[in-house]
Ligand binder design. Structure first.
Ligand code: J2J
Length: 538
């Protein structure tokens, strides 16, 4: 078993197996099987080419053989930072087949994040594009190599320079047989984080396959589904709810877009007759706004999924009239629990709730600050456990003691109410996090970076309501003496290698923070300050 992984207690594991949730199927076996059933059907299309199920399976196997030749073995960690391109899908399946663990990072991550993922997971390899979005990942790899002693290989899609060329890793020699089991950890996913850095989330083949199977059912994914991905494909949501893995599970077709912009996405919908697309709320709002001025035929769309952050009922109402398709709300988390509104739910439910859990074995508790259960309909902290919600973060015993109850419920940090029919409505958040249009920012991580600035005495970062993004981040700063310009602070954070989306949208200089009666900074009061306008903050 992977060191640092917290297994389910034996009795619950046995129960989930007995109930047929965990079937022992691995993702490598799943692709192998689908590649026989749908051999000549297109599996993935990207901006450059397309690939059938048969080819995908073959290329993934050859890539696995090549990675083995480089010395990558079962259980080794590989940080994967690729945009929405076919090599991403090949890489992930190659690693699944060999039992090596992808660590899913996002193209927007920079030195601060990647050096941490590589060192913390003791990654043996790091897979990148040469350039993407005007950024040269080879330069980042050079910096990361300096500080990550475990990193033996950097593999580059495109012009590799001194590193391994992805194209040359494929090997014609047979892949060495590896025993990968359903109970093995398949990958490490990233948490949004609330304290310090992102935590890594170990997911097993067994339980993740179960989420895929249920998502395919809830979203009615079939081999006729054409699934468009405009969000970063490595994110848990477009990967699994129902995601690219759901599309492949069902024998459907994946279309990968390098950008979420309607200029790129709408022609793809028209050309490939896309039926399903997952969006986050700001994107859904943008697409709703521009659709009336566009000429593309989007009539193939059957379902738009919206999740990752709260979608307002007003915006939700506009999906059907403007796109002529169904809305499916999804409330999920990389730690496990996923809720959907169902395709045949009444409009009232689809517009006003974030759905109900996928599995009859998902356990939900809504509790007050002292962990007392609350009556139906009353909003409180959402705790959950079940057949696909983790029992602990990777190598994080201290954090796990706080993030999970003694009997294994995960403290989601979300404030939720549940109605009589079991549908959840997200009402707020208790965790110290900003949800910037679906991108999660741990306030503490950014605060720690800012505290390293010599002019800053103290800092507190909170969410500010934004009509488009839902939330933006606002840093309240107490300077030691003279304030430093906004530009200088943003530059400082970028130079420390922080992903751009984590850099605060606003900075407000203050001479003190409001305090709680326990003597802690009151972020609740700060949020009120910022909503009333920064002039009140002084
Ligand atoms: C309000 N908040 C939401 C929603 C997630 C499917 C869909 C999303 C994610 C995801 C995912 C929300 N309304 N509809 O992994 O498989 C917030 C909550 C939650 C956190 C999890 C999936 N949908 N959220 O967003 O791990 O605060 O996963 O706890 O990135 O996003 O974030 P993440």
């Amino acid at each position: 078993m992977l060191e640092g992984f917290t297994p389910w207690p034996a009795d619950r594991a046995e129960f989930y197996r007995q109930q047929g949730c965990w079937e022992g199927l691995t993702f490598g076996q799943m692709l192998e099987e689908r590649s026989k059933r749908y051999a000549n059907d297109i599996a993935v299309i990207d901006a450059y080419s397309s690939i059938t199920y048969g080819e995908l399976n073959e290329r993934a196997t050859k890539l696995a053989a090549g990675l083995q030749k480089l010395g990558i073995d079962k259980g080794d960690r590989v940080v994967v930072q690729l945009p929405n391109i076919i090599p991403y899908v090949e890489t992930v399946f190659a690693l699944f087949k060999m039992g090596a663990l992808p660590v899913f990072s996002l193209p927007s991550h920079r030195f601060s994040e990647i050096s941490y993922f590589c060192t913390f997971s003791e990654a043996k390899a790091y897979i990148i594009p040469d350039q993407f979005g005007g950024f040269d990942y080879r330069n980042l790899a050079r910096q990361v190599k300096e500080c990550a002693p475990s990193l033996e290989h950097v593999i580059v899609v495109g012009d590799a320079e001194e590193f391994h060329s992805f194209e040359q890793v494929y090997s014609d020699e047979p892949m060495r047989e590896v025993q990968v089991q359903g109970s093995d950890v398949a990958f490490l996913q990233l948490s949004g984080g609330s304290t310090g850095r992102s935590k890594l989330i170990p997911r097993t083949h067994d339980e993740y396959m179960y989420t895929i199977k249920l998502s395919v059912e809830c979203c009615n994914v079939t081999n006729q589904t054409v699934f468009l991905v405009v969000l970063p494909v490595a994110h848990n949501y477009p990967m699994s709810s129902p995601g690219i893995l759901g599309a492949l599970y069902a024998g459907g077709k994946i279309v990968l877009s390098l950008s979420p912009s309607p200029d790129e996405a709408f022609p793809l919908i028209e050309k490939h007759r896309v039926t399903m697309v997952p969006l986050v709320p700001p994107l859904a709002l943008h697409w709703l706004d521009v659709k009336p001025q566009r000429s593309e035929d989007l009539s193939s769309l059957e379902v738009i999924l919206v999740g990752g952050a709260k979608f307002s009922a007003e915006a939700a109402k506009r999906i059907k009239p403007i796109f002529g398709c169904k809305l499916q709300q999804v409330f999920g988390m990389a730690e496990g629990l996923v809720c959907y509104t169902r395709l045949d739910d009444p409009e009232e439910i689809v517009l006003h709730t974030q759905g109900k859990p996928m599995s009859p074995f998902d356990e939900i508790k809504i509790v007050d600050d002292e962990d007392n259960e609350l009556p139906v309909g009353v909003a409180g902290h959402l705790l959950t456990r079940g057949p696909y919600t983790i029992q602990g973060y990777y190598k994080a015993p201290e954090h796990n003691a706080k993030a999970f109850t003694k009997d294994g419920f995960y403290r989601t940090g979300d404030i939720v109410s549940v109605n009589e029919q079991g549908y959840l409505t997200v009402e707020g958040r208790a965790k110290d996090q900003i949800n910037r249009g679906g991108e999660k920012i741990a306030a503490e991580e950014v605060e720690n970076h800012l505290l390293a600035h010599p002019a800053i005495h103290d800092v507190a970062i909170v969410a500010k309501t934004d009509p488009y993004m839902g939330e933006k981040s606002c840093a309240f700063v107490i300077f030691r003496s003279e304030p430093v310009s906004l530009r200088e602070l943003k530059k400082f954070l970028a130079e420390r290698g922080l992903a751009a989306y984590k850099i605060p949208d606003e900075f407000v200089a203050v001479d003190h923070f409001p305090m709680t009666h326990l003597g802690k900074v009151s972020k609740k009061d700060l949020r009120e300050w910022i909503e009333k306008g920064p002039q009140l903050a002084r």
